[in-house]
Design a protein around this ligand. Sequence first.
Ligand code: ASP
Length: 347
Amino acid sequence: MKKLLLTLLMTSSCAMVFAKSTVDVLATGGTIAGVASSASSTTYKAGSLTAKQIIDAVTGLDNLANIKYEQIYNKDSGDVTLSDWVKLAVAVQKAADNSNVDGIVITHGTDTMEETSYFLDLVVKTKKPVVLVGSMRPATAISSDGPLNLYNAVAVAASPKADDKPVMVVMNGDILSGRTATKTNTTSVQTFKDVNYGPIGTVTMGNVAIDPTVIANKNTFPVKISSDTVLPNVAILYGYAGVDDNMWNKVLETPGLKGIVIAGAGDGNIPSYEGDFLKKARSMGIVVVRSTRVGSGNVTYDYNDLDTQYDLVDANDLNPQKARVLLMLSLMKTNNSKEIQKYFNTY
Ligand code: ASP
């Protein structure tokens, strides 16, 4: 186990021998497990290789840690469902509760990694490192980024420096908070960024540096996930000039809809002619959160009087896809907009 002093050899000088950490790699698919017909093809099938195959491809991984692995599912992350999130959260919590495991790495597609990372950050209760990793180029590509990303992710998960931190995303040498990491480029290997606050650390060929002042994982969000959890249905509506009122109203007919996140223009702005839509949604008990399509910055509370006028929730610094995750989990506790606003101010 990590940090466990195994032997203290008394010689002319003292030599301390530490045991290797054990890292559990939970594989879910993505481009890191992707296979193309040629090394330069842009067409490939994500989620083709198994956990064992992607681990075996990384030279020296077993020098960093003892590696365990599990295949949770194997798919393109664009196909991940809410029940897949539940299954993964249960598996991560189980690994975290295993006293023989020191850190957890989740291999994942990059397209929806930012949602999974925030979801796990909210629901998994542990002080052990939990790290998500993927790649932008499939395993068969020229200069695939997967092997080094996985090597670095295991180094972070095995490092005592990563204890008691938020769930992390490790990509292309950056260590990012899973709450705020977002995919910013369609194809570049330097795609994951924290657009508001920057990375919390770096990892270079397995050498881990993490800002020691980064706050500990609060582990306090009041929702636990079990295998029978059903996550509430929350939609995202995109704001643009000339929003089609009929289209937005049609969304209210979605069976079981419990919440809506609006990716508003600018500071979470919503067309004034959508007032009736907002009133109707609220009268149906649907909680509406104002986020922004801008890509960085906070949404200002009560911009244009929208929150008090229509009893809306402001998303704080969460982009629409992350605001959806928090709204889903908040709705498992309450549908009171004031209580939900407190969650958005805190988590
Ligand atoms: N479509 C892939 C996925 O999200 C993209 C990637 O992993 O980079 O699974």
